[in-house]
Design a protein around this ligand. Sequence first.
Ligand SMILES: Nc1ncnc2c1ncn2[C@@H]1O[C@H](COP(=O)(O)OP(=O)(O)OP(=O)(O)O)[C@@H](O)[C@H]1O
Ligand SMILES: [Mg+2]
Length: 203
Amino acid sequence: MTIDVSFYSPKGGTGKTTLAMHFAMYLKSKDYTVEFVDLDPQASARKFIEPEMTYSNHVTRHPKSDFRVIDFPPSATLSHKPLGFTFLISEPSLLGVEGAIEIMKSHELKKYCVITNKYDKRRSDHVAIHKQVVDAAKSLNSSASHCIFVSNISNFSAVERSTNRRKTLFNLDDKSAKSIFNFKKAKDELSETFDFVLLGLKK
Ligand SMILES: Nc1ncnc2c1ncn2[C@@H]1O[C@H](COP(=O)(O)OP(=O)(O)OP(=O)(O)O)[C@@H](O)[C@H]1O
Ligand SMILES: [Mg+2]
């Protein structure tokens, strides 16, 4: 059976497409078959993904792959409900965190994780904003809407640098990887988060 994984955020520019592409390539590196569904009319993932795996711009009726990774447009309305397990992507800004908490309060998401993306642990405002997400996840959890974990992903120039090469950290060639500052640190951090989610999805 195909497992659906949505990347969703009410706010634009939080990193949905970037993290969706990285998760899709991470799954591929683990030999899963993956279909990438791009619901963003800007189709920003297309040029990265299409040569690597099945790509479509609508939710296909009979998916054949192990996973279907769905990239949502910014400010998706409720007519665009996330499918399956959801990565709710927040960022360390007031708009980012307010948007994420609003979605958590709506109990629209059945099983999900919340990621504060572009996080800098040395900044006290980032730490305080992330704590709001952690507290909301704890207080809003219910049997109908269950947050399996809350985490953050650092602001890594390595993420930008690899996507500038139309690659993710999971399919960059070794030579390019060597030239990217903090490549391993960034890849390890993303892998750790994705490993955790994968474990939760298989349970
Ligand atoms: N962890 C990160 N570290 C550094 N830069 C990042 C990180 N995640 C995303 N970015 C950068 O942030 C920018 C916005 O990312 P992206 O396009 O994935 O956001 P989005 O949520 O899909 O935007 P939209 O709402 O327009 O679809 C891109 O330049 C991307 O490279
Ligand atoms: Mg996007």
